[in-house]
Design a protein around this ligand. Structure first.
Ligand code: SF4
Length: 304
């Protein structure tokens, strides 16, 4: 059944001049149809380089919105319009405007996991891959960092000459990962290294060997001489890790599942290719303002 749908997807993709961008947290069968598989920074960059007319974005809303903002002339299609990141909706524009007024000397760094409207109020965006580099690049000494307090606190560990005002948002999936679960896995697999995402709680990051973005994990696992890894992020990245490193073992936190990422299915991708819907629609004036912080982020580039 999956094979039949995958074949139809392949044919329609060619016929419609479409490209399929897939986030590392997508279902394994969706990862299998990717033209590009990556994290939000990687996919945002790929989106600007494609010659395709249609971008089928298998991820959540803010990622597809970023692709549209960076490629206003292309059709950006998200196979399920209800695939929304709850963290992106934890910042209310009015509250952010108020905080900006209270801190007139601060600049706003927003994690890419924000709505287009919040991006219009931001000086620069960042991802977990380049957050430290972006914060270091900002001229202000005071920074309002939205919305992920865990990522902000992690960046603050390295950037001592700036004060980060942390918004009280978090990713419900990463925030739920407990250090006890990781330590239990470590007891079962004592030779394994613990890799966690910087969206995790500080005490989880403290016991990890490395805190990395998802693409950071992919690169690290490939280059490392270690053969076993405990993975503290959304569990389906282990599908990609295992595919690319068949001789190595990856132990996921089985409960770390992002239900919004799983809303994209093969059937919905096929439907999107047949109808070229649902398209991401953002008002021109919002896109124009939201593009600047994204472009500034791209100029800063990848992290270390
Ligand atoms: S894993 Fe967390 S940050 Fe990523 S899309 Fe899901 S809820 Fe949002």
């Amino acid at each position: 059944m999956n094979q039949e749908i995958q074949k139809k997807i392949k044919n329609l993709k060619k016929k419609t001049n479409s490209v399929i961008l897939v986030h590392n947290y997508q279902l394994p069968e969706v990862q299998d149809i990717a033209d590009f598989l990556g994290d939000s920074l990687d996919l945002a960059m790929k989106a600007t380089k494609t010659n395709a007319d249609n971008i089928i974005f298998c991820g959540v809303d803010f990622m597809a919105e970023s692709a549209k903002i960076l490629n206003p002339e292309k059709n950006v299609i998200i196979p399920d319009i209800n695939a929304k990141c709850p963290m992106a909706n934890m910042v209310n524009p009015n509250d952010l405007i108020k905080l900006k007024k209270e801190n007139p000397d601060a600049m706003v760094v927003s994690y890419i996991n924000t709505t287009a409207e919040i991006k219009t109020l931001s000086d620069i965006c960042c991802t977990s891959a380049n957050g430290k580099k972006v914060v270091e690049s900002v001229s202000a000494k005071k920074i309002i960092f939205v919305p992920d307090r865990n990522l902000g606190a992690y960046i603050q560990r390295f950037v001592k000459d700036k004060e980060l005002i942390l918004w009280p948002g978090m990713c419900p999936i990463h925030h739920k990962i407990r250090k006890e679960e990781l330590l239990k896995l470590k007891k079962e697999h004592p030779s394994a290294e613990i890799l966690v995402h910087p969206e995790c709680r500080p005490e989880v990051i403290d016991i990890a060997d490395h805190a990395l973005s998802t693409n950071g994990m992919v690169n690290y696992a490939k280059e490392s001489e270690i053969n076993e890894f405990i993975i503290g992020t959304e569990k389906d990245i282990c599908y990609r890790l295992k595919n690319e490193n068949p001789g190595k073992n990856f132990y996921p936190i089985k409960s770390a599942i992002c239900p919004n990422m799983k809303k994209i299915t093969l059937e919905k991708v096929l439907n999107s290719l047949e109808t070229l819907e649902p398209r991401v629609k953002i008002k021109d004036e919002i896109m124009e303002k939201a593009r600047k912080p994204l472009q500034r982020m791209m100029e800063v580039g990848q992290g270390d």
